[in-house]
Design a protein around this ligand. Structure first.
Ligand code: FES
Ligand code: FES
Length: 152
């Protein structure tokens, strides 16, 4: 029996190692904060962390997640108080909301590596996360605000 850790909880997995991690998260664990967009690693809606790094869960097979730590939007902060979540609410980033958990998880991995990103750093890190509603300006503002929160 193989296992992985999801949001701090150890989980057993005995299924098909080719199944996308996104299917496991949404269909088996019923954690629906992580979204399906393109299924081809082109939109970023399905972004989660694997051992702390942002990955596209639609294209990550379960075999690559076994033995590792997966963090989804539900586990980023138990109270929803990660600096990015605080900033996202303060700025009022979402429109329809569909892309937003992926945006936040991508941004969280950026801030883990780079606590004071420049505009260019933010643009480079976030360029693969598509927002059909065009909230990019607010996303950038919230990331910068969160970087300030982290600094305090
Ligand atoms: S659903 Fe995974 S990148 Fe679009
Ligand atoms: S808020 Fe609607 S797709 Fe991003």
């Amino acid at each position: 029996m193989a296992s992985l850790t999801v949001n701090g909880m150890s989980r057993d997995f005995n299924g098909d190692g080719n199944m996308p991690l996104l299917w496991y998260i949404r269909d088996e664990l019923q954690m629906t904060g992580t979204k399906f967009g393109c299924g081809m690693a082109l939109c970023g809606a399905c972004t989660v962390h694997l051992d702390g790094a942002a990955v596209r869960s639609c294209m990550t097979p379960m075999s690559a997640a076994l033995g590792k730590r997966v963090t989804t939007i539900e586990g980023l902060d138990a109270q929803g108080q990660h600096p990015l979540q605080v900033a996202w609410r303060a700025v009022g980033v979402p429109q329809c909301g569909y892309c937003q958990s992926g945006q936040i998880m991508q941004a969280a991995s950026l801030l883990q590596k780079n606590a004071r990103p420049s505009d260019a750093d933010i643009e480079a890190a976030m360029s693969g996360n598509i927002c059909r509603c065009g909230t990019y300006t607010r996303i950038k503002a919230a990331i910068k605000q969160a970087a300030g929160v982290k600094e305090a």
